[in-house]
Design a protein around this ligand. Sequence first.
Ligand SMILES: NC(=O)c1ccc[n+]([C@@H]2O[C@H](COP(=O)([O-])OP(=O)(O)OC[C@H]3O[C@@H](n4cnc5c(N)ncnc54)[C@H](OP(=O)(O)O)[C@@H]3O)[C@@H](O)[C@H]2O)c1
Length: 297
Amino acid sequence: MPFGNLFRRAWSSEARLDDKTVVITGANTGIGKETALDLAKRGARIVMACRDMEKAEVALKEVTEGSGNQNVVIKKLDLSDTKSIREFAETINKEEPKLNILINNAGVMVCPYGKTADGFEMQIGVNHMGHFLLTHLLIDLIKRSTPARIINVSSMAHTWGTINLDDINSEKSYDKIKAYNQSKLANILFTRSLAKKLQGTGVTTYSLHPGVVQTDLWRHLNGPQAVIMKIVSPFTKTSAKGAQTTIYCAVAPEIETESGGYYSDCAPASCSQAASDEDMAQKLWELSCQMLSVSWD
Ligand SMILES: NC(=O)c1ccc[n+]([C@@H]2O[C@H](COP(=O)([O-])OP(=O)(O)OC[C@H]3O[C@@H](n4cnc5c(N)ncnc54)[C@H](OP(=O)(O)O)[C@@H]3O)[C@@H](O)[C@H]2O)c1
């Protein structure tokens, strides 16, 4: 449902997260910040992983004051640089005795062509490769913290996506919308593969579409696209509403034993045929391992 199910009763839960630790990427604004605020209210220790520490300081104040929870910290993480990802993971592995919920939320959308520090096209690099590496580096800690959940914030944009295995970095030709769609499809395929690898470990995985949400994500839209967004804005969600499906995936007890699925409007949802392609999920997994020089098994 592009604009959310207007008629379904809003999901809510009293679930507490006392003694749980949560890492949220891109937590200084938008959906990530609202997720941090909600989970802080539930008593969790929150690590807000942000690339801009000035923005992070401001968001930290909002989250601690809004939740009354002082057990919230900010840490530097730039997903467009594997050095930063490795440094962040090293700090978490050293300083945090447990990690119960990892929320891979950060994202960039339809930006002009650019490359990450490691030469990946920016959207696949940040949205997929960065989170793939981060998850890989934190997985042992997560496995020691069960029951644990890994949540990948995808989008209904995956529906129009295809994975271009021969040119994943769009070096031959770049279409900024296709590159975003590819990265969001990659989020779902990664979630599926991860669920398989983690079977029987007590770690479950979820991907989701948050809705069409009024956030900074739309910053790269051109003039006519921005006008369209303005017209449809009455049907879009606030950041707080847009965070609900992420929060549902993080805390809902009824999905504790489900793994690898796709959710929207706080309920299981159908993803595209391409997002259910196990063969492609495996190929993407192998390509990601190869490009990041990691071995997962
Ligand atoms: N908004 C929607 O309608 C919508 C729809 C479907 C899916 N989503 C997904 O929801 C997620 C959250 O997006 P949002 O709408 O909340 O957008 P947003 O307000 O733009 O937030 C994105 C967050 O990601 C961070 N980020 C970007 N590049 C990064 C990098 N290289 N390293 C670390 N962090 C980085 C941003 O940091 P800065 O503030 O420093 O830039 C920001 O904190 C994204 O994965 C997006 O694809 C959103």
